[in-house]
Write a protein that binds this ligand. Structure first.
Ligand code: ADP
Ligand code: MG
Length: 507
């Protein structure tokens, strides 16, 4: 029955046939079986090329030999122009040997003329198979593209954070140099360094803001739902010789993180596994609890029966751009590792040559551990939990430096370039938990700003940045209800972090 399964819709059928009568017969056989189809007919190379240049058939039915043209030639032309369109030989004289050669040359099927029963079902089957294959290639393409983009974004994010840390001294040290030297040459060199630092900083900022678009919120991910989605996405790119086995040992198992990112991790691992099994085998994804120090954790394992890896490969697995594939990116596993570690987890691998590979993701269960802050720029120091901080400084570089540094510690920063901007922020966004203000700000002095804030109901702490030996702020302008911590300039980030943590801690 040709119409069993998904309906095929109206079909475009190309007949390569010199006999009009035989062509008529083929049309009748197809239409009589209930298939809806339109036909074109050619019987020489020129006509076939001209037609295929402007029209793509769903299938080609071809005679074996015609005067001046052969079915094999037609097949070669089709493969050259439309490699995925199915091709069926229909011949009155097909011996077994010819049939074997036909299949060998890439035909999808062969049929003896005047066997009307088989033609329509062979046509329907070949078209269904071709469409499945096209869909599979499309999805695979899309997955690869998504994986590339995701990896690039992660790479850029990682680089930006590292660069930002490397650049920090370039922004702070010139101040120190200027303070310590009267020599105009040294001061000029300091200016050059500061300018380079500023430019580098700006570049990193724009790279980060570009990448931030891909930073996604955290949520509770139910594993059996995630596995279902992964299974569906994989199904279309799963070769026939690979069996997919998905198992979640407990329906309530969940993990805290970004759904899309975790899905990407599993897809990356699964695609690697599939690519490692050209001969086929079983791909297993399993999620279960397992005991760990201090409670339980979640283990997701992705296991294949593929080629496995030698020790040298395992050692370089997570390095960016390491790949053994002709068209690999070498970014998949690197981005997996980054995502898993951003969730406070780790990724391990065990592999044996010719036996297979197993990747384990070890993740904290939701109640046990909160996800680590993604930036993790200065892990030794106490990190914030999103407390709002208002930073007021009229020196733009210092303002952005402070903002970035405190944001990387997990605080929610609001920046203002002067006293008036600070007041606007307060009216729009409400009070922060701590305010960090430079003593040299304009359009309201630091003292006036704090008094205004107190009048608006602010009772939190203030950190005031002050030029060393400058008593400007000690003139009694600080309101008595606000506890003020003075930090001397030039700035040292570690001291800023500690001052902020102390100020918040004592409140
Ligand atoms: P890519 O897939 O683009 O090569 P990945 O970072 O995903 O980049 O993988 C890096 C390399 O690690 C692969 O090229 C391959 O050599 C190896 N690899 C990854 N997963 C497996 C696996 N399941 N089995 C065997 N080798 C693997
Ligand atoms: Mg990969």
């Amino acid at each position: 029955m040709p119409n069993k399964g998904t309906p095929l819709g109206p079909l475009r059928i190309l007949l390569v046939e010199d006999s009009a009568e035989d062509a008529e017969l083929l049309c009748d056989q197809v239409l009589d079986a209930g298939l809806e189809a339109g036909f074109e007919r050619v019987d020489n190379e020129e006509a076939m090329r001209a037609l295929l240049a402007r029209w793509t058939p769903d299938i080609v039915l071809s005679d074996l030999s015609m005067p001046g043209f052969s079915g094999y030639q037609a097949l070669r032309i089709l493969r050259e122009l439309h490699p995925l369109v199915p091709f069926i030989f229909v011949s009155g004289t097909m011996g077994e040997e010819t049939a074997v050669q036909a299949l060998h040359e890439g035909a999808n099927d062969y049929i003896i003329k005047h066997q009307p029963a088989r033609l329509p079902s062979a046509v329907a089957r070949a078209i269904r198979e071709a469409r499945r294959e096209m869909e599979r290639l499309r999805v695979e393409d899309e997955l690869m593209r998504a994986q590339r983009l995701e990896s690039l974004a992660l790479l850029a994010a990682g680089l930006s954070h590292d660069l930002r840390n490397i650049l920090q001294p370039l922004l702070i040290v010139p101040d120190l140099i200027r303070d310590r030297s009267e020599d105009p040459k040294v001061v000029r060199l300091a200016d050059v360094i500061a300018e380079c630092g500023r430019r580098g900083h700006e570049m990193v900022e724009s790279m980060l803001s570009f990448v931030r678009g891909s930073r996604l919120p955290s949520e509770r991910i139910v594993l059996h739902r995630l596995f279902q989605a992964v299974g569906m996405l994989l199904k279309s790119s799963l070769p026939g010789n690979v069996d997919l086995h998905l198992e979640v040992r407990d329906d309530r198992l969940a993990v805290e993180g970004n759904y899309t990112e975790l899905q990407q991790v599993l897809l990356n691992l699964a695609l690697n596994a599939i690519q490692a099994m050209p001969e086929g085998g079983c791909l297993t994804l399993l999620a279960e609890r397992e005991p760990a120090t201090g409670g339980e954790r979640l283990r997701i394992s992705v296991q294949d029966q593929g080629t496995g890896m030698d020790e040298a490969t395992v050692a370089r697995l997570f390095s960016p751009f390491f790949t053994t594939k002709a068209n690999g990116t070498g970014l998949g596993l690197m981005s997996c590792k980054r995502i898993v570690e951003s969730l406070g987890g780790q990724i391990t691998v065990r592999s044996r040559l010719r036996e297979g590979t197993r990747f384990d993701l070890l993740l904290p269960l939701p109640a046990a551990v909160a996800p680590a802050p993604r930036d993790g720029a200065m892990p030794v120091l106490p990190a914030g939990r999103g407390q709002p901080i208002l930073i007021v400084d009229d020196e733009a570089t210092r303002l952005s430096l402070l903002g970035n540094a405190l944001a990387s510690q997990g605080y929610r920063v609001r920046l203002a370039a002067d006293g008036a901007a600070a007041m606007r922020h307060l009216q729009e966004a409400g009070m922060p938990e701590v305010v960090l203000v430079d003593s040299g700000i304009t359009l309201l002095s630091a003292g006036q700003l704090l008094s205004e804030m107190q009048a608006m109901g602010y009772g939190g702490p203030a950190i005031v940045l002050e030029e060393k030996d400058n008593e400007a702020f000690a003139d009694g302008l600080a309101p008595s209800g606000i506890s003020v911590h003075v930090l001397p300039r030039p700035l040292e980030m570690q001291r800023v972090f500690r001052a902020v943590a102390d100020a918040l801690g004592s409140h």
